[in-house]
Structures are given as structure tokens and as C-alpha cells.
Design a protein around this ligand. Structure first.
Ligand SMILES: [Zn+2]
Length: 420
């Protein structure tokens, strides 16, 4: 899978989404950023000590508001603290508060908050985010007391621009990074009463039980694909460790980042539409085996370059589909939509009408034809209908999927490809 300079890959994106970019402060900025780091650390550790010293028999509570009030008093008393940014310092207390809440709510998963040490995971948050784009490769972020600080853009600008907050960090080798965070998306929707089964396919597509094929668009234009192939050929003939090879590698990485952004865009749009349209989305547990089917082809019609394609296909599709699942679940969770996963076994061989299950039902990759009842259908749609039926059995909704899924077609908004 594509991996850009800062190692952000599709599959590893967490919710809320976080995008890390390399930050390039000038000398003055560098001093200010270091001051913010040490202020944040100081306030965090002081707050921690205060909380550690607190005993149950004391009546006065300690929480974010009481600590923020004391911080304001301390800023009046100590000039050096006042010279720092109050926003940065307050955020350090919010951080601490959150660390304690995480720990209280889920002690099996979170450690008790501990001291922050100098040079160790140094950083601070920037709230009330302001960013601007200088050109294709460079952007700037407004950091308190430092004004605009440059960062290199390697991700989709729209994702950066719509971020709600950012954390500036310094790694052990002295490099600065800024991670932009976007909150989990909340989708405005009304209950539609519609439900759907989704067959995630081998041909970069999703088929719905009500008969739609949603195709991931070509990620690179013909010219871009050509350029990529040319660069890859060039790379193989270039000397290892040479500057020109490094330049070629960077160009390839940029194209890969472009592909990854476009794939992500498609996944974001499609999952948003699915969550808007359907109250229940049923999908299969990941079936890695089926995903590489296209590369190996059949006995009669073997695929070309099977080995290479397999590796590539598997990686890209797995990354895309696990990202797709993740985004669908994230959006569903925050919008009251149910996402259920079912066992993928036999969904492609079973007749969705009479439930007869045999391999002979598959006339070809594309066509389903039931040997028992004669039902004929697009193989992916038949599979999606089986997935939906299995999902209804799991969720205990019952009923016939067809009747339910068309219960109120007027409420369902058209998917993008229906409109086009
Ligand atoms: Zn049948």
C-alpha cells in the first residue's frame, strides 16, 4: 500500500482522523515552539502533582475548571509563565483532564497518567486552528506567539483545512511535525426505513442488494499512469543511493499520495451516502481469499502476472476495504445507523430466492443462475441480497429483505451514480 513520507496509510487512520505533516519552523519560531512544549509539560506535570496529592477526605474537588482558575492566578504571579501562551497552557490541563477521564472510564486500556519528561513525546495543542495554503507544496499554520509556521503539504488540503485542532510535536531527532485532527463526522439524516446488503467486490466496487454497482473511479488519469510507469522504469535503472534516484522516488511517492487521496475521497463520499440512505447496512467479514480471485483468474482463463498482481491487489484492496468498513462504522455510530457483519460463506453460491446452495449456481463470474428454481441475476446483486438476509437474521429484524428495503423509496436519497 502507498505510504507517504510521514507514513500515513489509509488503513491505519484512526477516528478522529489525524493527518501528520512535517513542520519547518525558522530559528525564532523554533525557540517559541520549544517554549510552548516546556510550558505545556510544566503545567501538565504541576496539574498531575496536584491531582496525585489530592486525598478523598478533602472536600475541595480538583477538575479542569479549578485547575484552570489556579493557572490564571499563577500566570499573574510568575512573569515567565505569563510570557507563554495561555491557550497552550490551558490545553495542557485539558489534556491532563482527558487522560484521567480515559483512565477512570477504561483502566484496562489506559494507563494512569504519568509525568511528561523533557525530550520525550514533546508537544502542545493548537486550538482555534488557522491554516493557509501558500502553494501546492507548502502551507502555514498560525501558532500562538510564533505567527505563521510553514509545513510541507503531502496530504489532501481539504482534510487539513477542515481539521478542528492540531498538535505540534517534536521527535527525538529534533524534527517537528503537526498533526491535524478532524472530529468523527456527524451525518445529518432522518430515518429512511431502508436497509441494504453490501457485496464488496474484487473489481474495486460495491454492489448493493437493491441492485446498484458503486465503482471506485480510476485513481490516476491515463497521463499520470503513464508517468508512473515511466518513473518506475527509470527508478530500476538508477544507482542506489544517488540523488537522482531519490528525486524519482519522491515523484513516485507524490503520485502514490495522489492515488491514496482519491481513493479516500471516494470512500468518504460513498460511505456518507450509504449512512444517509439506509438505517441498516449489512456487510461481510473481510474475505481475503475472494479479493485476489481476479488476479488468479480461472483454470480455463488464468490471469496475467498473477504473482505481482496478487500482492498488489491484496494490499490495495484490503487497505481500501478495511478503510471503507472503518469509515462506514464510524459514521454509522455517530448517526444512529446500524452496521452488521455476517459470515461470507456461501453468499455467492446460494440462491437468494429459494436458498438452494450449490457451486453449479454460478454460471460465470458475473452471472448467477439457480439450478433449482431457475432464478437468474447479476451474481453480485444475488450475493448482496443473501448478505442482507443473513444480516436480518442476525439483527433479528426478520421480514423479507425486498419488501423492507423498498419500504419508502421516496425518503431515500439517490446515490451519486444514480444521479449521474
Ligand atoms: Zn433458486
Amino acid at each position: 500500500m502507498v505510504s507517504t513520507e510521514n507514513n500515513v496509510t489509509i488503513g491505519s487512520q484512526t477516528t478522529p482522523m489525524s493527518i501528520s505533516q512535517r513542520l519547518y519552523p525558522n530559528l525564532d519560531d523554533n525557540t517559541t515552539l520549544l517554549m510552548h512544549c516546556s510550558n505545556a509539560r510544566f503545567v501538565y506535570d504541576l496539574g498531575l502533582e496536584q491531582r496525585n496529592l489530592w486525598r478523598k477526605d478533602r472536600t475541595a474537588k480538583i477538575n479542569y475548571p479549578t485547575q484552570a482558575k489556579e493557572l490564571a492566578e499563577a500566570r499573574q504571579a510568575f512573569t515567565w509563565l505569563k510570557e507563554g501562551s495561555s491557550a497552550v497552557q490551558q490545553q495542557a490541563l485539558r489534556d491532563l483532564d482527558k487522560a484521567f477521564k480515559n483512565w477512570w472510564n477504561n483502566p484496562a486500556h489506559f494507563f494512569r497518567p504519568t509525568w511528561r519528561k523533557a525530550g520525550d513525546n514533546e508537544g502542545f495543542y493548537v486550538r482555534d486552528l488557522s491554516v493557509r495554503k501558500l502553494n501546492r507544496n507548502w502551507g502555514e499554520i498560525l501558532v500562538p506567539r510564533a505567527e505563521w509556521v510553514k509545513f510541507r503539504i503531502t496530504r489532501n488540503w481539504n482534510d487539513i483545512e477542515t481539521a478542528s485542532s492540531a498538535r505540534v510535536t517534536k521527535d527525538r531527532s529534533g524534527r517537528w511535525f503537526v498533526s491535524f485532527t478532524r472530529p468523527a463526522p456527524q451525518i445529518e439524516r432522518e430515518s429512511t426505513g431502508a436497509i441494504v446488503g453490501l457485496d464488496m467486490g474484487i473489481a474495486s466496487s460495491v454492489t448493493t442488494s437493491d441492485g446498484m454497482h458503486l465503482h471506485m473511479p480510476k485513481l490516476l488519469s491515463p497521463a499520470e499512469s503513464q508517468r508512473k510507469r515511466r518513473l518506475q522504469r527509470k527508478l530500476s535503472s538508477q544507482q542506489k543511493g544517488s540523488n537522482s534516484r531519490a528525486r524519482t522516488k519522491l515523484s513516485i511517492a507524490k503520485l502514490a499520495a495522489k492515488e491514496s487521496d482519491r481513493r479516500k475521497d471516494w470512500v468518504e463520499k460513498t460511505t456518507t451516502q450509504l449512512v444517509r440512505n439506509y438505517d441498516l447496512n449489512v456487510l461481510e467479514h473481510l474475505k481475503v481469499k475472494n479479493m485476489v480471485r481476479s488476479a488468479s483468474g480461472t483454470k480455463e482463463n488464468p490471469g496475467k502476472n498473477v504473482a505481482q498482481k496478487k500482492g498488489l491487489n491484496r494490499e490495495i484492496l484490503n487497505q481500501s476495504w478495511s478503510f471503507f468498513r472503518k469509515r462506514l462504522k464510524d459514521k454509522a455510530n455517530s448517526s444512529g445507523v446500524v452496521v452488521t457483519q455476517v459470515n461470507p460463506k456461501y453468499t455467492s453460491q446460494t440462491c437468494s430466492v429459494c436458498k438452494h446452495c450449490t457451486r453449479q449456481n454460478r454460471k460465470s463470474q458475473a452471472v448467477f443462475s439457480c439450478v433449482a428454481c431457475g432464478y437468474q441475476a447479476d451474481a453480485d446483486i444475488n450475493a448482496a441480497q443473501n448478505i442482507l438476509a443473513a444480516g436480518l437474521a442476525v439483527t433479528g429484524c426478520g421480514g423479507t429483505p425486498q419488501a423492507l428495503s423498498h419500504s419508502d423509496p421516496m425518503k431515500r436519497q439517490p446515490l451519486e451514480e444514480e444521479v449521474a
